[in-house]
Design a protein around this ligand. Sequence first.
Ligand SMILES: [Zn+2]
Length: 219
Amino acid sequence: MAQSSATALKIVVAGGHPGDPECGSAGTVARYTELGHKVVLLYLNRGEGFCGGAKLDRCADIRTAEARKACQILRARAAFADQYDGRAIVDASHYDAFARVLAAESPDVVFTQWPIDSHRDHRAVSMLTLDAWLKSGKAFALYYYEVAEDTTMFSPSDYVDISPVESRRRAACYAHVSQQPDKWYPKQVEITRSRGAESGYPQAEAFLRHRESKGALLP
Ligand SMILES: [Zn+2]
């Protein structure tokens, strides 16, 4: 099923923190990369605000390493937008900076967080992505993903069967050791099981396409 590089898509999954893109879309990322598409996980910050028992001044290094490990498992690449965990700034200069980072990737498809998630960094990355998309003239397809405990009022339009890649999806989430995956991974599995029940798969990740976005090839 591997596709030639001529048809390879460039996909960016933007998230508020290291671990968010993995939580909401690691199975889909694994399926994309198995098909020969290129995927970048773009983190708004390096998780400076929390890394379990370690001192805060070590968190950026610890969580950057965890993100890189997760990306290695998914055969994706890690990129960082260099904001600060818990202190996301959404203003004119940060809109421009984020748009430049996205434009440099020339994405065909971008997945981002849901704009009314509980965490303000998730809402920030969602606004920054939306603005970059509008600024680009809606040049790429735009989809939203959901994460356990943070996303509410989410009505998906598209489903991806992740049952063939469940073990890699789990490994990518558990690469974020400092985030104590036992606390949230089982809840995400409940979500993907129930999304699977809605779509006829054992487990599925669900997405919502922006209504004004072109459609994209989902794996
Ligand atoms: Zn987060």
